[in-house]
Write a new protein. Structure first.
Length: 167
């Protein structure tokens, strides 16, 4: 029986790609950690679909989910949040899907094909304040402060969000 080399070219290439992926995430991870615990200013954020605005953050617990229509991980996370809301594990009125990057027309076109029970916001103020660097970024908010801020697809993200509302 022949043993495979531990340091084959494919293993080395895999380690290089993994290292680059981790290295490129360091700024977002550092930013997210630095944002935790900060108090959010009261903002009037423009709604994405309806006319008008919403005052943010609410006084109760909330989730701010930063997304874009061209982000496959965002779509997956949105489907998971939709299921959680439909199952009553996350209050519908506490979930804010914020797209600071795309036009209202692009967002509306996406939502016609993919309806979700979220409050949709088209505004850059909160993204700029939190220095959101990538999508998807999920921010759990409690008492007008950032409780947790995570960027990227998360295996335990939905569980964390559901647990956040159990307390």
């Amino acid at each position: 029986m022949k043993l495979k080399k531990k340091f084959s070219p494919s293993n080395i290439l895999f380690l290089i790609i993994l290292s680059i992926a981790i290295y490129t995430q360091i700024p977002a991870i550092t930013n997210n950690i630095n944002q935790e615990g900060i108090e959010l200013p009261g903002l009037s954020l423009e709604l994405a679909v309806e006319e008008g605005s919403v005052q943010f953050p609410p006084k109760s617990k909330a989730i701010a989910f930063f997304w874009s229509t061209s982000c496959p991980p965002c779509k997956l996370e949105m489907a998971r949040y939709k299921e959680s809301i439909n199952n009553g594990k996350i209050p519908e009125e506490s979930f804010f899907a914020i797209n600071p990057y795309e036009s209202k027309e692009t967002i509306e076109k996406f939502l016609k094909k993919n309806p979700h029970p979220f409050v949709f916001i088209k505004d850059k103020k909160l993204a700029n304040f939190l220095n959101v660097q990538a999508t998807p970024t999920t921010v759990l908010i409690e008492n007008r402060k950032v409780h947790t801020m995570k960027t990227g697809l998360s295996v335990i993200g939905i569980w964390s969000a559901e647990s956040f509302f159990k307390d």
